[in-house]
Design a protein around this ligand. Structure first.
Ligand SMILES: Nc1ncnc2c1ncn2[C@@H]1O[C@H](COP(=O)(O)OP(=O)(O)OP(=O)(O)O)[C@@H](O)[C@H]1O
Length: 290
């Protein structure tokens, strides 16, 4: 079995994983992970703590060798790890100079604009910046390298709510302008609505769901109605909650059948990304899956 990270040939596919597996000693952190991420997408990589998100990104970035399967990325990759690596004694300007030296392609204006946008002082040593500001420096260096695929591990973790919104908006702007593909891992799912258009959901090292987000959400529905053991229409129950006299079901609708119409005391509503991810995580935690 091939265990190399190699360039993807098809231009329409930015990232490809084929039966990818990685273990630490005898424990598999990632197993049988197969997916294709089309170019120009913003993909959210979600999963519980320890699900394998960092491992997957590190393997895709070519920094860790897989033990099984193969991974490929089209073009140049920039990876910003969870630690947001910056040199404490370097000023922000020196970090940019280092970016210019280390990268074969470098766009100083692009990196500079990002820092200006977030009001990061260029003359300040990185060690005297806040955690969120250090993250912005790491993003600026990654953006300056003009990657085809930008991978960000927990990019929103250190940021205040406004900065989160601004970072996601700026990332979308970069995607629109450059056509790059973004893969970002996060626990802040609520703030990905309108940002991510693709989902990769990991549980216990395995890919539980993946694909176009709109298609995925359209295949699911939330029903609320009188207390019941079963939902009002056919489908796979992803999550069932019962409170007082009321039941709520998140259901995956059967493929190839017309969408059911529910009546009487039952109401239905569309599934949001947060509904979907929380229901899947709850199901895996209860040991129903994975
Ligand atoms: N260097 C390592 N040595 C041994 N086990 C490791 C190592 N790194 C990760 N693991 C294990 O591999 C599994 C996946 O870890 P990983 O860091 O990829 O998860 P994650 O989804 O990124 O988690 P989090 O959301 O907490 O950051 C976990 O069980 C973890 O304990």
């Amino acid at each position: 079995m091939t265990t190399v990270v190699e360039p993807v040939e098809a231009a329409a596919t930015a990232v490809r994983a084929q039966a990818l597996g990685k273990r630490y000693k005898d424990k598999w952190a990632l197993r049988d992970c197969t997916f294709e991420l089309p170019a120009g997408r913003v993909a959210a990589l979600v999963g519980a703590n320890g699900a394998g998100k960092t491992t997957l990104m590190t393997v895709l970035a070519g920094l860790l060798r897989p033990d099984e399967g193969a991974a490929g990325v089209a073009g140049r990759v920039a990876f910003v790890s969870q630690e947001k690596p910056v040199y404490r004694h370097f000023t922000v300007a020196e970090m940019l100079r280092m970016g210019a030296r280390l990268n074969t392609v470098w766009d100083q204006d692009r990196a500079g604009r990002w820092l200006e946008r977030f009001e990061i002082p260029l003359d300040r040593p990185c060690g005297r910046l806040s955690g969120g500001q250090q993250a912005q420096v790491a993003f600026a260096v990654a953006i300056g390298s003009r990657p085809d695929v930008l991978m960000l591990d927990e990019p929103l973790a250190n940021l205040d709510p406004l900065a989160r919104r601004e970072v996601t908006a700026e990332l979308l702007g970069e995607v629109a302008e450059t056509g790059m593909t973004v893969l970002l891992s996060t626990h802040v799912v609520a703030e990905l609505g309108g940002v991510a258009d693709h989902l990769l959901l990991l549980a216990h090292g395995r890919l539980l769901a993946g694909g176009d987000l709109d298609e995925l959400l359209a295949r699911h529905v939330v029903y609320t109605g009188p207390r019941s053991d079963v939902p009002p229409a056919l489908g796979k129950v992803v999550e069932a909650r019962h409170r007082g006299g009321q039941s709520t079901f998140l259901v995956e609708l059967p493929e190839g059948r017309p969408r059911p119409v529910v009546a009487g005391q039952w109401a239905e509503r569309p599934v949001t990304l947060e509904d979907y991810v929380l229901a899947q995580l709850a199901a895996t935690r209860k040991g129903l899956k994975g």
